[in-house]
Write a protein that binds this ligand. Sequence first.
Ligand SMILES: [Zn+2]
Length: 267
Amino acid sequence: MAWQTGTVPEGDAVWNTAKRLHDALAGQVLTRSDFRVPRYATVNLTGQTVTEAVAHGKHLLIRTDRGITVHTHLKMEGYWRIQPADGGRPLGRSYQLRLVLGNSQWLAAGYLLGITEVLPTAREDRVTGHLGPDLLGPDWDAAAAVARLARKPDRPIGEALLDQRNLAGLGTVYMAETLFLRGVAPSRPVESVEDLEALVDLGHRLLDANKERPGHVTTGDARPGRETWVYGRAGRPCRRCGTVIRRGEAGPPGQERVRFWCPNCQR
Ligand SMILES: [Zn+2]
């Protein structure tokens, strides 16, 4: 059940990971709890029942019946591996292991996680309170996301869409694809984009369509090399107009993120 995307995790991949963790852990008593992060090395959650595992944007929250939340974030390279409990040891590389949670049936092991921490469920706001509307959350609110985007009208739209304080869940793949499908260049200021609500709603639909499966398909064609319009296609012809797709990096200093676009289709 190991599953790595090979790219920075997008909201759909995190949602899917949360679902797999929920299926393996929820409703069951933890019989194994092993934190390999110095700060939480002495935390022991055995005996507690996991009530749910949820994604909030790109954050993963595993909650127990004693009001404890295990908060993790995949960041660049993190992943979870779920295996039958009778297999004994976690199968991944042990030096990359950050956390093991298990019950009588399943063992869930988190590797290379960018964040691993334990906090009271009542204080989750401390780690997710800054996030904008969750694209895959039950209460997704396009208008609220637009209102947040509009707070910085002169910011490039590509950068603004990646800012999880505006809306939570988009990464570089869906940013590039959403902007291509709406014909908007990533460098355009937010205020110049005609229909921001349609833009964020398209991002929501793309993530939603991909949440149940690995990979990110925005073209409707899941065959290798055909999944995206512009993402990962620098130097190759645009699928619509044949213009060479461009690649660049933009963003605040030190946080530059990759972007792909068609200079003809996106204005
Ligand atoms: Zn084009």
